[in-house]
Design a protein. Structure first.
Length: 209
């Protein structure tokens, strides 16, 4: 019997109650882990689709930029870029997934008016601008998705460690303690029964004498 465990019936009942709570906690954590894993793979698919879309849109945007440069020249494009003084607005909030806080990034809000000078521009230049806006939107969506994946993976690993601790450490130790206490109490009962028998024989001999 370990020094930290008192071999009493009350301790036996308390340890049995701890086993029940540990098994309930183990079940809940397994359900949480399974739900997180399912969510993780759902987001993996979404991230893969977004990455593919972003790659394609980036190619489209760079083609549009190349055409705009061919029409206007590098100096004009650079001047228009430097003239852009207002950045798109992006709001960041959080959403809850199985108790886990995951960032949610809103789609960028571009100014309703053009942020660059319209003097001397053509439709080719506008196409390049709008193409890169789509690149930004997809990049933000991908950033949100990949951040969610990282946080989910950390939470899955942490939950899995707790599941394993309960399954392979806490619960077996509690059950082992129950066995030790039960064995100790059984020995005490046997010793008490034997002592009672001896006492009874002595009393019977004393009465006969």
């Amino acid at each position: 019997m370990t020094e930290t465990v008192r071999p009493t019936r009350m301790e036996l009942l308390n340890t049995k109650q701890k086993v029940i709570l540990a098994e309930k906690g183990h079940k809940i954590l397994k359900q949480k882990r399974d739900a997180l894993v399912l969510e993780f793979f759902n987001i993996v698919k979404k991230a893969s689709d977004l990455r593919s879309k972003l790659d394609k849109q980036t190619l489209v945007a760079h083609r549009a930029l190349a055409i705009a440069k061919a029409f206007h020249g590098d100096a004009f494009i650079e001047a228009q870029t430097l003239a852009a003084v207002q950045a798109p607005l992006v709001a960041i909030s959080t959403k809850n997934v199985m108790g886990l806080k995951i960032p949610a990034i809103s789609s960028p809000e571009f100014p309703k008016t053009k942020i660059y000078s319209v003097h001397g521009t053509t439709a080719k230049f506008d196409e390049a601008v709008y193409a890169f806006r789509e690149v930004l939107k997809l990049a933000l969506q991908l950033a949100e998705t990949e951040t969610a994946l990282k946080r989910l993976l950390i939470e899955i690993e942490k939950t899995n460690r707790r599941v394993n601790a309960l399954e392979y450490n806490v619960t077996p130790n509690l059950k082992s303690t129950i066995k030790m206490i039960a064995a100790h109490l059984s020995r005490l009962e046997s010793e008490q029964f034997f002592a009672l028998k001896v006492t009874k024989r002595r009393l019977e001999k004393a009465a006969a004498g």
